[in-house]
Structures are given as C-alpha cells and as structure tokens.
Design a protein around this ligand. Structure first.
Ligand code: ZN
Ligand code: ZN
Length: 191
C-alpha cells in the first residue's frame, strides 16, 4: 500500500488522495480556486481567461500564463486529487516573502487548458499539467494549469519517479508509461 503525507498536517494518507484529508479534514479550497484572500481571488481569475470567453493574457510582466478550459475547470477536484496523489514536489523562491513555496505538479494525458509564454510567438498552446502552489497556506494556496515550457525551464533537473512502481520519470510525470498502460485509458482510473 502506498501513502503520501497530507500537505497540511503531514500525516500519511493512503492513495488515491480523498477529497478531504481524513486526519485534519482539510478540503483544499484554495487549490480548487475557492480561496477567499485577495491574492487567491486575483490569481484564480487570471488563470481562468478562457472561462470568461477571452484569450489567455500575459498579466503584468508575467513570463507565462495559462488558463483552465471548461474541461479542466469541471474536473478540478479530481485533478487536484490526482496531483496530490501522484504529483512531484519541489520548492521555488516565493514572490511574496522569503519562505520558499512548495509546489506539486502532475501531467494528465489530455488538455485541461491553454497557455501563452513571452518566449514564444506560437500563440496559445494546449496545457496538460496541473501545478499546486503553497498547498498548506490558507492565503496563498492556489492551482493553475502549466505549460510544458514552464516546467522544462523551472524543473529541468528535478527528479520525478512513478508513484506506483518507483521507476524514474520526468518531473510531473507521476505515473510511468508501463503503469499507465494497465488502466482502461483514463487517468480517472487511478482515483
Ligand atoms: Zn491532513
Ligand atoms: Zn510505474
């Protein structure tokens, strides 16, 4: 049996991660786009351009931005559970203070949004990764879809690994191709 620590209380939880932690009862509202701090409200809005019927924009000097599409938004609770269960953890420097932020990333095989980069003129490209940021923080926990380019730039040397058989994988690829081939064709099988 495989367990991973709850990002809030650190108590091991059996996979797949449930909708709420059975120990501390955290429901991860911030990661689900339901956080109520000013930071979370603004952030949640900026990662939902497509849901508001507008093109994905680069906000205020950002290098990248990525918006959930309707599929990603509708499946966000399961995407968050999948990422908590099989995603890879890393820390990045914080934009708002000196404490490094914890991030957890996972790809699914399919688009959940679309994004733009200031390094590319290609226009919006599909995104199939989810990034959970500061999952333990009441005010800063949030999630967004991520572009491959962003992950390659920021986490090129960070190790991954299959969450089921422990075989090496790239960062964010939480289930290896061999283990994935055993499912019926949807990532939801792993939840
Ligand atoms: Zn917990
Ligand atoms: Zn595997």
């Amino acid at each position: 049996m495989i367990d991973i620590p709850c990002p809030i209380c650190q108590t091991p939880v059996l996979l797949p991660f449930p909708h709420a932690c059975p120990h501390c009862l955290a429901t991860f509202d911030g990661l689900l786009g339901k956080g109520t701090s000013a930071f979370q409200v603004r952030n949640s809005r900026e990662h939902r351009d497509l849901l508001y019927g507008q093109n994905v924009q680069l906000y205020r000097g950002r290098e990248y931005n990525c918006s959930f599409d309707h599929f990603g938004e509708a499946n966000l609770p399961d995407l968050v559970r999948y990422t908590l269960s099989y995603g890879h953890r890393a820390t990045v420097p914080s934009n708002h203070g000196n404490v490094p932020m914890v991030v957890i990333a996972a790809y699914i095989p399919g688009a959940i949004g679309s994004g733009v980069s200031k390094y590319s003129t290609a226009g919006p490209v599909p995104a199939s990764g989810v990034m959970l940021v500061s999952p333990a923080s009441l005010n800063y926990a949030h999630s967004f879809p991520v572009l491959d380019d962003y992950v390659r730039h920021k986490f090129a040397t960070t190790l991954g690994g299959c969450g089921l058989c422990m075989k090496p994988t790239g960062f964010g690829h939480g289930i290896c191709a061999e283990c994935y081939a055993k499912c019926s064709g949807t990532w939801l099988d792993f939840l």
